[in-house]
Design a protein around this ligand. Structure first.
Ligand SMILES: [Zn+2]
Ligand SMILES: [Zn+2]
Length: 95
């Protein structure tokens, strides 16, 4: 009795693992349930993407962009701030 029950559960779980999985159309992630896949797509591939002003990368959060800029574009950030302050100084100079 318990043998059959065990076998049933084993079969069920293996068919869940090797059976039809839903593949994300944007990346290689596999999901067993459509709701999980939808949540993943919303979080990873849709949502509001914040673009980095220095490169083509996009991020899901403002904090992530700031952290990315601080880490990867420190030089550019300083240069940009310098250029901007220079421009505003030039603009304010009367002709
Ligand atoms: Zn994906
Ligand atoms: Zn960047």
């Amino acid at each position: 009795m318990s043998f059959y029950l065990k076998r049933f559960f084993v079969n069920k779980s293996t068919s869940l693992v090797s059976g039809k999985k839903l593949k994300c159309p944007f990346c290689e992630k596999l999901y067993g349930y459509e709701t999980n896949l939808r949540a993943h797509i919303r979080q990873r591939h849709q949502g509001i993407r914040v673009p980095c002003p220095f490169c083509s990368r996009t991020f899901t959060r403002n904090n992530t962009v700031r952290r990315h800029i601080a880490r990867e574009h420190k030089a550019e950030l300083n240069l940009k701030a310098f250029e901007q302050s220079n421009h505003s100084m030039l603009d304010s100079v009367p002709q």
